[in-house]
Design a protein. Structure first.
Length: 354
């Protein structure tokens, strides 16, 4: 994954005045459930770590095992199991509810602690002279879901984050089967929240999201689990991220046409069930502003309604501390040309008619 210079194109530029101040290079894959690439911009075969972008895949055992039914989990609890949440009150309550229904408490969370993503939640902790706990970690919902699945399956909940734990072995199998790629143990690393993260190509990741969105190529129980998780996220998009954050904004505006999930280091993925397509992209420098802007443009090219639903995100205005407009974040020429060709492909119409 290292040692060679990137030949990826510029996806996004940051313009201040009349000068391009920064450039974000990267790669984008758009694929169908059979793995056919409708768009391969940049190196989509180089393995990347999807990080939190695959949380819906990691939540599959919670539903597929029967744990969600056994614990009578609702949409909020299933959505937060797929989340990179902001740590606001509604997020913490959903995580605690999931844990309580599984008969556990916060001491079982192995994700570690960090200050909440939400400035408001951080200020509240500081004003109360409290430090953040593991439940404030943006991944605590995912971990609560893993704990719930482990309890229901009779697995030890005290070491669920380890690569050799039965739950993590099952999750690796789900990622491998869904994305149609063999996972190499040499390509496994440890995520920021201590669970395994598996490297795989963007093309395979896009295929996996197409399958999650359509159920094509998945066993019936897995397709049903993915559909249930998506429905929960569509019903409670605030639980998946938080106010003013891209994933929540996108799903509020576009669900059920789009499921989106970002990950650390510039990875972002989407499933478009009606079109039968999946999207996976990575900005090489890891900048969220680049990955979100690029994904917004991809969604707008595929779904005309996204141009309106994501208007604020696609505006790309850069403001200084006084609120004065000083620049723009804009799609690069290579991205615009690729998306124009993608929008015109007949396959898009064929999928929409399914």
């Amino acid at each position: 994954m290292s040692g060679t210079a990137s030949s990826n194109p510029v996806l996004v530029e940051v313009v201040r005045g009349t000068i391009v101040e920064s450039r974000h290079v990267g790669a984008i894959a758009v694929a169908d459930a059979e793995g056919r690439l409708l768009l391969a911009l940049g190196d989509v075969e180089r393995p990347v770590f999807p990080r939190s972008a695959v949380k819906a895949l990691q939540a599959i055992p919670l539903v597929e095992s029967g744990a969600a039914d056994a614990f009578a989990l609702g949409d909020d609890e299933l959505a937060v199991a797929c989340a990179s949440h902001s740590g606001d009150r509604e997020h913490i309550e959903a995580v605690r509810s999931l844990l309580a229904k599984a008969g556990l408490d916060e001491s079982y969370l192995a994700c570690g602690a960090h200050w909440p993503v939400s400035d408001k939640a951080t200020r509240e902790l500081m004003e109360a002279r409290r430090r953040p706990q593991a439940i404030h970690n943006n991944c605590s919902g995912k971990h609560a879901g893993m704990l719930g699945a482990s309890v229901h399956l009779g697995l030890d909940p005290r070491c669920y984050e380890r690569p050799d734990h039965g739950l993590q072995v099952a999750i690796a199998g789900i990622i491998s089967e869904t994305c149609g790629v063999r996972l190499d143990r040499d390509g496994m690393a440890v995520d920021g929240c201590s669970v395994p993260t598996w490297s795989l190509p963007l093309g395979a990741l896009a295929r996996g999201f197409a399958r999650l969105g359509t159920g094509e190529g998945l066993a019936p129980a897995r397709a049903a689990a993915a559909e249930r998780l998506f429905r929960a996220c569509f019903a409670s998009p605030i639980l998946v991220a938080g106010e003013r954050r891209f994933d929540t904004v996108a799903m509020r505006a576009l669900a059920p046409a789009v499921f989106v999930k970002g990950g650390a280091e510039g990875v972002h993925c989407a499933a478009l069930p009606g079109l039968g397509l999946g999207v996976a992209l990575k900005v090489d420098d890891g900048a969220k502003r680049g990955s979100e802007r690029a994904l917004g443009e991809v969604l707008a090219a595929l779904l005309p309604e996204a141009r309106h639903g994501l208007a604020d995100q696609l505006e790309g205005e850069v403001l200084n501390w006084r609120g004065v407009s000083v620049g723009r974040i804009v799609p690069g020429t290579a991205l615009l040309h690729a998306l124009a060709a993608l929008a015109a492909t007949p396959h898009r119409i064929e999928n929409a008619a399914r």
